[in-house]
Design a protein. Structure first.
Length: 224
């Protein structure tokens, strides 16, 4: 059985993101074995409230991934971590499907301070992007203090064009034009000239994993 790991975004979990949006069943129907992981500090198991403990999210993820993966599918923060692992060990996780990521890969998470304040009880109206991410996080059952600590972590991963040049895995970058977080993505696409790039008229950032077009494209790319 060809195993495929699924790595959610900040605030999500394997159950609340991939299982809830039907990826498990779709992958199994296509002949793959889904491998679910939760990023450190996410999901019902919780984690540390100390940002310093999230100083190397990619190494934590690497310890959770089995050897011999056929491929991996990432969304948002999960995509950043898969690219970090690809830069460290090119081709080590098989074919990569990368959704919800663009030129924001090269910049700090700009919405972080507003989200942290909200997680810690600050009232008032939130910008649409912040409100959407908070709603996404609420579905995962994660500890808000853990999620805040993840956002306040020492900056990581730190990726550059020169580090991405080491990539050898077949890569699909899949984004929506309506994704205010991941757009534009021209710099990322340029940094991975061998990647396949699909840009659709579709949902905003947190809705991408629920889009059937993303799921179908991912399975087709993994099957190729």
């Amino acid at each position: 059985m060809r195993r495929v790991a699924l790595v959610h975004g900040w605030g999500g979990s394997y159950t609340a993101t991939w299982q809830a949006d039907g990826w498990d069943a779709a992958l199994r129907d296509a002949g793959f074995e889904p491998v679910g992981v939760d990023i450190a500090g996410h999901g019902p198991t919780g984690g540390s409230h100390d940002p310093a403990d999230y100083a190397d999210l990619a190494s934590d993820l690497a310890a959770k991934l089995p050897q011999g993966l056929h491929g991996a599918i990432g969304f948002s923060l999960g995509t950043k971590l898969l690219l970090e692992l690809e830069a460290r060990a090119p081709g080590g996780n098989g074919r990569l499907v990368l959704g919800g990521i663009g030129d924001n890969l090269f910049a700090p998470e700009v919405a972080g301070p507003a989200i942290v304040a909200a997680l810690r009880g600050a009232g008032g109206d939130h910008p649409p992007q912040v409100a959407a991410l908070l709603a996404y996080a609420a579905k995962s059952g994660s500890d808000p203090a853990c999620l805040a600590a993840v956002l306040e972590r020492p900056g990581n991963p730190v990726l550059t064009e020169s580090r991405l040049a080491a990539a050898t895995a077949p890569i699909l970058i899949f984004n929506s034009r309506a994704d205010a977080v991941a757009q534009p993505d021209a710099r990322l696409v340029s940094a991975l000239p061998g990647a396949t790039h699909q840009l659709i008229d579709g949902p905003g950032h947190v809705g991408l994993t629920a889009d059937a077009g993303f799921r179908d494209a991912a399975i087709a790319f993994l099957t190729d």
